[in-house]
Write a protein that binds this ligand. Structure first.
Ligand SMILES: Cc1cc2nc3c(=O)[nH]c(=O)nc-3n(C[C@H](O)[C@H](O)[C@H](O)COP(=O)(O)O)c2cc1C
Length: 217
């Protein structure tokens, strides 16, 4: 697959089939992603692959937290939407209205998004990316580059992905279930699998015109 095609085809998949992904394929994807650049080649990332019974335990434990009305407590802080810059707020609003338009009905869109979120997208695999707690903000940047490489490589292997805050909302559960040392922090979880043929997955979010974000001097 051409790189341009992988970049254009990648979009967030919010419903996966039950078809498992082979460990061999996951290993190849992560190995490719390791080519990402990082500050002084620090390669700050670790990847914890949750699948099968382990992933089910995480999903069950998250469900219990949700039923108990617990708020997420991710390692990276979440900023309330009103505090974002007006242009980024406008982009977020556009995304939401795009989804509603795609489903042609707010209630259906809301129900689909909520179900997808509550089941962690029914994905057979989540790749959890961590970095050491003792690392600079630059390592978060590096982890982002690594994460995008994972998603593009997965696209080239015919797999769908979605990076989510949702999957890293309860780090205590993740430390316990995945045996992740306490001196690491969770940056993002990438759900991975074969995409289901559903309306929610056919949504391609828009981007601002390039001349609004590219400034030649
Ligand atoms: C760090 C990060 C966290 C995200 N968390 C969520 C999430 O919790 N739930 C969700 O539905 N989408 C989540 N997304 C996906 C974004 O909504 C999505 O990338 C964006 O709308 C652009 O759409 P696209 O990925 O289809 O191009 C997240 C994306 C990133 C990069």
């Amino acid at each position: 697959m051409e790189l341009q095609d992988a970049i254009n085809q990648r979009h967030s998949i919010r419903q996966f089939t039950d078809k498992p992904v082979e460990k061999k394929t996951i290993t190849k994807i992560v190995e490719l992603a390791q080519r990402a650049p990082s500050w002084v080649n620090s390669q700050p990332w670790q990847v914890y692959c949750a699948m099968g019974e382990t992933l089910q335990k995480i999903k069950d434990a998250y469900h219990e937290q949700d039923i108990a009305g617990k708020q997420g407590n991710s390692d990276l802080p979440v900023m309330s939407r009103e505090d974002w810059d007006p242009q980024t707020q406008a982009n977020m609003k556009q995304w939401r209205s795009g989804i509603v338009h795609h489903f042609a009905n707010f209630d259906v869109a809301h129900e689909n998004m909520t179900n997808a979120s509550n089941t962690l997208y029914n994905s057979p695999v989540i790749l959890y990316i961590t970095i050491p707690k003792a690392s600079p903000d630059w390592s978060i940047f590096d982890a982002g580059l690594f994460a995008e490489n994972i998603m593009l490589a997965a696209t080239a292997y015919g797999l769908g992905t979605i990076p989510t805050y949702n999957s890293v909302r309860f780090p205590t559960i993740l430390h316990q279930t995945l045996g992740v040392p306490e001196d690491e922090r969770f940056i993002v979880g990438i759900s991975l699998g074969y995409q289901a043929d559903t309306t929610i997955n056919s949504y391609h979010s828009e981007r601002r015109p390039v001349d609004e974000i590219l400034h030649f001097n």
